[in-house]
Write a protein that binds this ligand. Sequence first.
Ligand code: KG4
Ligand code: ZN
Length: 372
Amino acid sequence: MSAAAPVVLGIETSCDETGVGIVRGTELLANRIASSMELHARFGGVVPEIAARAHLEQMQPTILAALDDAGLTLDDLDAVAVTAGPGLAGALMVGIGAAKGLATARELPLYGVNHLVGHVAADVLSGEPLELPTVALLVSGGHTSLLVVRELAGDVELLGETIDDAAGEAFDKTARLLGLSYPGGPSIDAAAVGGDPAAIRFPRGLTAPKDRERHRFDFSFSGLKTAVARHVERAEAAGEPLPIADVAASFREAVVDVLVAKALDACAELGIPRLLLGGGVVANRRLREVAAERADAAGVLLRIPPLDLCTDNGAMIAAVGAMLVARGDAPSPAGFAAESTLDASTVQVTGDAPIHSPGWQDRGRAGRGGTA
Ligand code: KG4
Ligand code: ZN
C-alpha cells in the first residue's frame, strides 16, 4: 500500500443504484452512479430482480468510468470496499461478486461494509471534519433509521427505525394512490406546489403518548398512507375533485414533521447538539427547510452532505473502507456473504458465510451445496 492515504474503490448495489466511487482517505476522487430507476417506474417501486440484472449490466462500465474520472488505473488501488448489507439480497450479491472478483484478480484487500454507516461516512467527503458524537437520520426508499454515531468506523448504535414503510417508500406508495409517477418524492413535491400543508391534519405515526415508551425513536408511515387512501376514496365517493396540491402538501408535512421531531428529540434526550441527514429523501426541500428551522431553534447543528453523496453511492462505501484501512483493520474474509438485514452496529462484516457442506445428516439429500 502507498504511504499516503489509501486509495479505495467502493461498490454499492444495495438497491437500484449501481454506485462506484473512489476516494483517497477522505478526499473524493470519483462518484459514478448508474440508476435503474426508470426500469422500475411502471411497477411503482423497485423490483429486486430487475435491479440485480441492471447492476450486472452496469457494473463494468461504471467501474471503468469511475477510474477514468479519477484519472487512475486498477494499479493505483490499495483496497476495495463493497456494501455487504443491509439491502436487497440479489442486488447486494452482484456488487459483492464483482468486488470479490476485482480484489482477487488484483490481490487487493476487500472490506464488506455497512450501507447505513456509509450514509453517515459520506459526510467526511464533503470537506469539513464531522464532529462526533452525532445523531444521524437516514431516510430513503429502503430505510428510515435514527442512529447515534460515537465513532464512525466503530461505534454506531441504532436508536430506532421504521416498523413498516420507509419514508421514501411512503412517498412512492402515496404518489401511486394519487395517480402520480414514480419516484414519488419528486412528483409529490411538484404536486404540492401552491398546496396548503395545514389543509388536512394527517396522522403522525408513533407520536402518541402511549408510543413514547416502546417506540419513541421508531417510525411508522402505513397509517398515514391509509389515511391518504381514505381521503381519496371519500372525495371519489362524494364525486368531488381531489384537492391534489393540498393533499400532497399535507402528506409531505406529516412525514417531515415526524422525521424532524423524532430526530431532534433524540438530540435532546442524548444531549448531542448535532444532527446529520442522509438518504434520497433529503432531496425534499421541505424536509431540509423544516430541519434547518427547528434545529436552529433547538441549538442543534445540522449537517447535510451534497445531494449526490446523500443518495446511494459508491463513494460513501469507499470512505468507510478507507477508514478501516487507515486504522489497520483486517479485511473481511473471502467467504463473506450478502446480509440483507445487517445490523447498523456492524460496520464491517468479519464472518464467513455459513457453509452448508453436506454432513452425514445431509447425505442423500439434494440441493444442499455450499454458499458463497
Ligand atoms: O437513497 P435513495 O436514492 O435510494 C434508496 O432508496 O436507497 O432514495 C430514493 C428514495 C425514493 O423513495 C424517492 O421517492 C425518495 O428517495 N425521494 C424523495 C425525493 N426525491 C427522492 N422523497 C421525498 N422528496 C423528494 N424530493
Ligand atoms: Zn441508502
